[in-house]
Design a protein around this ligand. Sequence first.
Ligand SMILES: Cc1cc2nc3c(=O)[nH]c(=O)nc-3n(C[C@H](O)[C@H](O)[C@H](O)COP(=O)(O)OP(=O)(O)OC[C@H]3O[C@@H](n4cnc5c(N)ncnc54)[C@H](O)[C@@H]3O)c2cc1C
Length: 601
Amino acid sequence: MNDTIQLDADAVLRRFAEEREKRLRPEGFGQYLGLTQDMDRDPWTERQERPPVADHVTFTFVGGGWAGLLTGAELAKRGIHDVRIIDRAGDFGGVWYWNRYPGVMCDSPAALYLPLLEETGHMPSMKYAFQPEILEHCQRIGRHFGLYDKALFHTSVERAEWDEAARLWRITTDRGDSFTSTYLSLGLGFFSTPKLPGIHGIEKFKGKAFHAARWDYAYTGGSPADPRLDKLTDKRVAVIGTGATAIQCIGPVSETAKELYVFQRTPSAVSPRGNGPVDEAWFRSIATPGWQKRYNDAYVRDWTGLWGQPFSLEPSLDPLDDDFAKFAARLRSVILSVPAEIRNPVTVKAALDKASVDIVSEVHEYIRGMVSDPDTAEKLLPWYRPLCKRPTFNDDYLHAYNRPGTRLVDTDGKGVEAITETAVIANGTEYPVDCIIYASGFEFAKDPLRALKFEVLGTGGIDLRSHWAQGVRSLHGLHTRGFPNMFTVQLAQGADFAANVPTGWQDAGETIALIVDHMRQQGLSRVEVEEADELAWSQQIAATPPMPDTRDCTPGLLTFEGGTDPRIALLSGVPEGPRGFFAMMAGWKLSGDFAGLEFQQ
Ligand SMILES: Cc1cc2nc3c(=O)[nH]c(=O)nc-3n(C[C@H](O)[C@H](O)[C@H](O)COP(=O)(O)OP(=O)(O)OC[C@H]3O[C@@H](n4cnc5c(N)ncnc54)[C@H](O)[C@@H]3O)c2cc1C
C-alpha cells in the first residue's frame, strides 16, 4: 500500500471517529418516545367486537409475524392443530401487517424471505417483494396451515402465569379472554414497537403527523398497492429520519409533495437495488424439491464467518445474485485474508477497517454520481464503518433529491431542534410544514425485554422481566429455567441471523414442534431446561467477543445507541455463527435425546 492511500485511510478513520462523537448521546435509547395512543391506532382493520374466550388450547403463540406463523406451520405439519396465535394487529403479518408505507419492500431476496414457498406453491413476483405480496403470503400460510381457526386479533396479552399443579399456562388478555394453554411461546418481534424522536415541542404540532409504520393514506392519497400519493400535491411535508424506512418512502413522497423537507441526522449508506420481476422459467428451473432449503443454506453460508469461528473457506455461492449477500461475502473474504494463525478480533478489525475505506469510497462515488447538486450529495455521504448500520439498497431515494420540490436539511449529527405548532426547526431555521412523517424507526428489541410489555410468571411466581433483569439466560435462545413449557423465539442467544430472519424462525419453529410432538408421543406434560445447561449456554455467549467488533461504531440501533451495558454481551448469537448454530441444532434435533431439557410425566 502506498503512502498516499495510507494517509487517506487514516483521514477516513478519523472522520468516522469524529462523526461518532457528534452523535453519541448519554440518554442512549432514552432519547426516544413511544407513539401516542392516537398515533398507534391500527389504520388497516376495523376492530370487531367478539365474546371473550374461556377455553383450553394445546399451544399459544403471542405474536402473529413470521415467528408465530412458522411455529404454527411446523406444529400443523406434525398434526398439532390446536394452536392459538394472538396479535394486537388485525391479522397475521407482524411488521408486514403494520408497515404499509409507500415503497416498502424486503431487503432479502423474496425467494428466501417468503418462507414455505414449496408447501404453498407461490412464486414471488419480484426479486425483492413489496409489502402487499409479503402480507398476502403471511395470510396464505395462515390459511394453508389452518392458523386462522383459533387466532385472536386486535388482542394484547396482559398476563401469562404458569400453574404448576395443573401444568399449564393461564393467559388473560385486554379483551377479557381467560384461557389455559399447555404451551406458551413468545415471538414479539424486534421491530414491532415504533418510536418517535424526543424532540422538544413534538406534542405541540397542530398539522398532520404520523409514524411511517401507521401510514395515513387518507391524508396522502394512494394505497399500499398503488402508492401514488395524489393528495400531497398542495402539501409541505417533513420527513424526519433517514434510515431504512425513509430510504424506501422518500422516493414516492417526493414525486407528488409540493415541498418535501428531509431532516437528516445520520446519512444512510445507499447502493443500487436493481429490482425486477422474477423470470418464471428461471424460477421453475430452480424450484426442484428441497430448493428453498438449499438456497437458504447457501445464503447462510455467505453470512457465516462474519461472526465467528471457524471461518468457512468454501467459495461464496450467492445463487440469487443478491447484493446484501455479496456485501457479506466481500467482508468475509476480507476476514479470511487475515492468516488463520493470527486471526483474532484485533487483526480482523484492522483488516475490516482497511476494507471499510474502500467500501465507503464506493458508496460515496455512487451517491455523488446520482445526486446533481454537489452540496446535497456531500451531505448525503455516510461516514461510518459498513457494519455499523444496515446497508440500504434503493433506486429511487437519491434521485428524489434531483426533484425541484425536495430539500435535504442536514443537521450535522444534531437532529431536529424543536417542533412548533406549525413548523420544524433545525439549524436555527424554521421550516413551516403541513405534515410531519416520522421515519424514526422502532425500538430495537433484540433485548427481548424491550418488547415484553406484559407479565409472564413462571414457577414460584417469578416474573420473566425480573428473571432476566441481570441479562438474558437461555438454552438455544428458546428455553428459560423457571418457565416450563415455554419457548421464546428471538435473535439473542441463537443464530442471531438477522440477514434473513425467516430462516432462523423456521428452524426455531421446527425445534419447538419437535419437542411438543415428542412430549405428545411420550405422554409427557412438562419440559424445562436444566439449570447447568442454561448457565453454560449463556456463559459461552457472554464470553464471545463481538466479531467483527462494532463497539466504536457510530451510534444506532444495531449498536444499542453506543450503549456499554455489560448485559448487551448476553444478546449475541453463538460463537460459531448462524451456520454453526443451524448445524448444531440439526444434530441436536436428529439425536432425539433433547440434551439439556428435563422432561416429566
Ligand atoms: C419494513 C421492514 C422490512 C424488513 N425487511 C427485512 C428483510 O428484508 N429481511 C429480514 O430478514 N428482515 C427484515 N425485517 C425484519 C423483520 O422484523 C423480520 O424479518 C420479521 O418480520 C420479524 O418477524 P417476527 O415474527 O419476529 O416479528 P414481528 O413481525 O414484529 O411480529 C411480532 C408481532 O407481535 C405482536 N405483539 C407484540 N407484543 C404483543 C402483545 N403483548 N400481545 C399481542 N401481540 C403482540 C406485534 O403486533 C407483531 O405483529 C424487516 C422489518 C421491517 C420493519
